[in-house]
Design a protein around this ligand. Structure first.
Ligand code: PRP
Length: 179
């Protein structure tokens, strides 16, 4: 039923799972023998986060953060913290898991906030890195896929809070989001 709004499948569930396993393998290697706090950025990253998290063999904690802009349709682009993490990350290894790096504003805000708390290491893991003008200098350490500057949904990514449950990553038809 949701499929009819999708112009094309960009990444299939199998391609996503292969990439998830590869990223998790690299994280397991990079942090071998260490403890890690893995933080999901709500809400878009929860499906990617769950898949990454269950493939980690490290001693890890799961935590959650939520940021959003001031007011609905706010154009200032100013972000605020809506839900903070519970863990004390001072001296700990932290990996932030996000669904998409678009302008980079969200990750910049989160990285600035968490780095003030003096973690031992702070790494960024994104499912998708969108090829577009970045408004911040944030770079991801682990990237699932690069995507063109189109409207992508599925596997956690939404348009108006819909399509998150699609098992693949797809391009939303233009007439849906231009309505
Ligand atoms: C989306 C996405 C990222 C952010 C990326 O979140 O999930 O968090 O935008 O954009 P940026 O790089 O330009 O900051 P959204 O605010 O739509 O919330 P959601 O995760 O609940 O979908």
């Amino acid at each position: 039923m949701l499929d009819k709004d999708i112009a094309r499948v960009i990444y299939t569930p199998e391609q996503i799972q292969d990439r998830v396993k590869e990223i998790a393998r690299r994280i397991n290697e990079d942090f071998a023998g260490e403890q890690v706090v893995v933080i999901a950025v709500l809400r878009g990253s929860v499906i990617f986060f769950s898949d990454i998290f269950r493939n980690l063999t490290l001693d890890c904690e799961a935590d959650f953060i939520s940021v959003g802009s001031y007011g609905k349709g706010a154009t200032s682009g100013e972000l605020k913290l809506k839900k903070d993490i519970s863990a004390d990350i001072k001296g700990k290894n932290v990996i932030i898991v996000e669904d998409i790096l678009d302008t980079g504003k969200t990750l910049k805000f989160i990285c600035d906030l968490l780095s003030q708390r003096e973690p031992k290491a702070l790494r960024v893991c994104v499912l998708l890195d969108k090829k577009c003008e970045k408004q911040s200098e944030v770079k991801a350490d682990y990237v699932g896929f690069e995507v063109e500057d189109t409207f992508v949904v599925g596997y956690g990514l939404d348009y108006a809070d819909r399509y998150r449950n699609l098992p693949y990553i797809g391009e939303l038809k233009t007439d849906i989001w231009r309505k």
